[in-house]
Design a protein around this ligand. Structure first.
Ligand code: TMP
Length: 270
């Protein structure tokens, strides 16, 4: 078997898969070194966390669904000219992305009162807001992602005023587009969170959409019944998360009727 071409191929493939360098591991995703400089592989895990990981579960199929839903959304955004880090989906759990310098902010856009806004201001969940509202949270687990203002962001240098303008314009474009996309699937986009990054192309730098957009990072309600189709099902123990995410994928036309997704795709061996 020495120097057999098939063995060589398998050996090389096995070695390169094993040696893939882990760049970063978060609560729901892992970033690996990509096949070319300036690229990364974003791997979606089945882990679900809430309340800064105080609550944790592994939900079979969640990673596969978020990979597909986020791919669908980022492809549409790329197509309408919203700059993103997304290149293409690689397999059931992974996508190829451009390496960006993540800006340490969670940018939340809200259309309807819910979650922490409803609690903080004593609003009834479900009441429409007078206009879309953008909020910023400083990404820092040790501090529990505190809410911050534009003043904090520019004073501490997390982003420049020009970058903040770009981030807000991008967030509103994403909101306008996604509101329509989801409404066409009989879903209300209540709120969502995005993260942005700096993409360097030689001397040029652009702010692009990074991370993911999925029912983990958005509140999605059935347009007629207001039934929740997002991670609040898990946060508040209200029902089956994987069934709801499957329903979102079906309504967006990502999954055909009856096509199974749960437990599809190889799992990560930890
Ligand atoms: P909030 O109402 O809990 O502040 O959440 C606002 C939106 O941001 C909601 O769509 C869920 C999303 N989100 C995340 O993606 N990650 C988080 O850590 C939190 C707290 C919220």
């Amino acid at each position: 078997m020495k120097n057999h071409p098939v063995m060589d191929f398998l050996k090389q493939r096995y070695m390169s898969m094993n040696r893939r360098r882990r760049i970063y591991e978060g609560k729901a995703k892992i970033l690996y070194e990509g096949p070319e400089p300036g690229t990364l592989v974003q791997h979606f895990k089945d882990d679900a966390t809430a309340f800064n990981a105080k609550k944790h579960a592994v939900l079979d199929g969640k990673g596969v669904l978020n990979n597909r839903i986020s791919e669908f959304i980022f492809n549409h955004l790329n197509a309408i000219g919203v700059p993103t880090h997304f290149i293409r989906r690689l397999n059931m759990r992974e996508q190829l992305i451009r390496e960006v310098e993540i800006i340490p902010l969670e940018v939340v856009v809200r259309n309807i009162a819910a979650g922490s806004l409803a609690t903080r201001l004593g609003l009834e969940e479900g009441s429409p807001l007078p206009r879309s509202i953008i909020e910023f949270y400083y990404k820092n687990d040790a501090l529990n992602d505190p809410m911050v203002s534009e003043e904090h962001i520019t004073a501490f240098g997390w982003a420049t005023p020009q970058e903040l303008d770009d981030i807000m314009a991008l967030a509103l474009r994403v909101n306008d587009f996604l509101t329509g996309l989801f409404l066409g699937a009989n879903i209300k986009l209540v709120d969502f969170k995005i993260e942005c990054g700096r993409l360097w192309e030689g001397e040029m730098m652009r702010i692009v959409l990074a991370d993911e957009i999925s029912p983990d990072s958005a509140r999605l309600w059935d347009a007629k019944t207001n039934d929740k189709l997002d991670k609040d099902l898990f946060r508040r123990d209200l029902g089956n998360l994987v069934d709801a995410y499957t329903e979102v994928a079906r309504r967006l036309g990502i999954l055909a009727e009856g096509e199974p997704v749960a437990s599809a795709g190889p799992k990560l061996v930890q």
